[in-house]
Design a protein. Structure first.
Ligand code: NA7
Length: 544
């Protein structure tokens, strides 16, 4: 006999923890399951050296517990992985949520049945659970991208993906190779350069990375934060990026060349990739000339910082600055990413000039015949993002249609980043076409929307409420997302995981809502105020 719950919440990260808190508050019997051994979601698995959030500490947390905001400490302007994990554990203990959680428990399949209006979920250990609501907080980035490179299984050394880093594994004194120079690769490289014997960075695309600007939190800074929490979160909710900084309202074209330089320099010093893109001028992400202005500034910085001209040449990007607004990692000695390449033991291999031919027992062989000898090969190669987390699980909605099939032609889609027609009572947090912003505030917006919607359905739906988005609403929302992205250079570049371009064969399409945090929240609020427009009338009755 299957255990019965009001809601099964999959994932014990930022989304799942807040969902559990919110749904138990409205009286639902909930169970959180996670395949991990404990809470943390992304932050449970990503134990690689240098792992940190690229959002500033004060806005990389929940806003709904003011007392905790006032008191919970953070040491530096950026939270590192152990601190994020400790914070999430703390929230779970503080709100006594652990009793509703089961770990080492993977959702294997989920099937909706119209007979009883319930989700029937199979989990590891040949167990079954049954619930009115299925809420997935699977994370944007959890299915690992492990590119297949000839000869990988012949490598004699250690091989690790950053998202499955063994606890306490150390690279100190070893000959290390890193494949991938995205956010993760940049963080790893910045952190380990000074500890390893050699570090060989296999780079496919060079990056526009700006310093993080990390520093210690002083008592004055913390006092200022504590006095301003309300204003801080007001700004977060009424911004595009939800990163907490003031977004620029000035066009690049309205500034003199001298003023442009001053603004870029100022923001370079303050640090943060998103600040550099959205805090300098309001058209860096949309106007090719403004974008190139930012690119040129960063290229000049690379020339100034990196002493070896050949390394500098390889490290300088020439694409549009719209693949990723990268932020450096944070070496504990204060060094930046590009400074690592002034170390004689840190090498850069341009894979466009000399692609990897194969992995051999002793290391990586590139097309120029060089064998890069390694003890450790690190894959910082990212994720099968967004739908990758869903399509690996067998989720079947109405009439046995799988989510994978529902997305086969359109690519991953949703209504409001939350619901899919044909999948009643299923809610996705961080689902396809959710807001492309700092994640905790976007998660909060979704959790609050879902909770209110469920509360309303519980009032009108009897024992078996049904909440289902219409296909028309999903289509209209998709068109809206495409229109919003149309002017973005990200959309034009389409050359990253955001569009599915990082994995061969993956459908190229928009996976986010690019209208910004404020507009996204407004959209959710309008839907609710309109009696949940875009959903079939909330109903249900007595079944099962
Ligand atoms: P990303 O941003 O997808 O970066 C992955 C990196 O791995 C990137 O540099 C890729 O090169 C590189 N890559 C991927 N496949 C290959 C192969 N086959 N050969 C060589 N190099 C490869 O993932 P991250 O983990 O860094 O960051 C994901 C998000 O986490 C980030 O946006 C933040 O929000 C946090 P490319 O440059 O694409 O050519």
């Amino acid at each position: 006999m299957a255990e019965s719950f009001d809601a099964i919440i999959v994932g014990a990260g930022f989304s799942g923890i807040y969902t559990l808190h919110a749904l138990t508050k409205i009286g639902l019997k909930c169970l959180v399951i996670d395949q991990a051994g404990d809470v943390g979601g992304t932050w449970y698995w990503n134990l690689y050296p240098g792992a940190m959030s690229d959002t500033e500490s004060y806005v990389y947390r929940y806003s709904w517990d003011k007392e905790d905001l006032m008191n919970y400490p953070f040491k530096e302007h950026y939270v590192k992985q152990p601190e994020v994990l400790a914070y999430l554990e703390h929230v779970v203990e503080r709100h006594d949520l652990r009793k509703h959680m089961r770990f080492n428990t993977q959702m294997l399949s989920a099937n909706w049945t119209d007979e009883d209006h319930r989700w029937h979920i199979a989990v590891t250990g040949d167990k079954k659970v049954r619930a009115k609501y299925l809420i997935t907080g699977l994370g944007l980035l959890s299915a690992k991208n492990f590119p297949s490179i000839p000869g990988l299984n012949t490598f004699k050394g250690d091989l690790h993906h950053t998202a499955a880093w063994p606890k306490d594994y150390s690279v100190t004194g070893k000959r290390v190779g890193v494949i991938g120079c995205g956010s993760t690769g940049v963080q790893v490289i910045t952190e380990i350069g000074r500890h390893v014997e050699t570090l060989t960075c296999f780079q496919r695309h060079p990056q526009y990375s700006v310093p993080s600007g990390d520093q210690k939190v002083t008592p004055e800074y913390r006092a200022w934060i504590n006095e301003n929490w309300d204003d801080i979160f007001y700004r977060v909710r009424h911004s595009i990026t939800a990163f907490g900084f003031k977004e620029s309202e000035q066009s690049y074209h309205d500034a003199s060349p001298k003023e442009r330089l001053r603004v870029f320099e100022d923001n370079w010093k303050k640090g943060n990739g998103f600040r550099f893109m959205f805090g300098t001028f309001n058209d860096i992400a949309t106007d090719p000339e403004a974008n190139e202005g930012a690119c040129e500034f960063i290229r000049n910085k690379i020339d100034q910082i990196v002493k070896d001209p050949e390394k500098a040449r390889k490290l300088k990007p020439h694409d549009v600055y719209a693949r990723r607004p990268l932020c450096d990692g944070n070496a504990s000695n204060g060094e930046t990413y590009f400074e690592q390449f002034n170390r004689p033991n840190v090498h850069i291999v341009d894979l466009k000039e000399t692609p990897i031919e194969r992995v051999e027992a002793e290391g990586v062989r590139t097309s120029d015949g060089t064998l890069h000898e390694l003890d450790v090969l690190i894959f910082a190669t990212g994720f099968d993002a967004v739908e990758g987390n869903y399509t690996r699980i067998l989720i079947h909605g109405r009439d046995g249609v799988s989510l994978k099939d529902a997305w086969a032609d359109s690519g991953p889609t949703s209504y409001l980043g939350v619901c899919m027609p044909g999948f009643p009572n299923m809610f996705m947090e961080n689902g396809p076409k959710g807001a492309f912003t700092n994640q905790p505030p976007a998660i909060e917006a979704q959790v609050e929307f879902i909770t209110d919607l469920i509360a309303q359905a519980e009032k009108v739906g009897g024992e078996a409420p049904v909440i289902e988005a219409t296909s028309e609403a999903e289509r209209e929302y998709s068109v809206l997302c495409e229109n919003l992205a149309a002017n973005s250079l990200f959309w034009k570049a389409q050359d990253n995981w955001i569009f599915g371009a990082n994995i061969p064969g993956k459908k190229r399409c928009l996976r986010f809502y690019f209208g910004g945090m404020q507009a996204y929240r407004e959209r959710l609020a309008e839907c609710a105020a309109d009696g949940y427009a875009g959903f079939k009338p909330l109903g249900g009755g007595v079944v099962g």
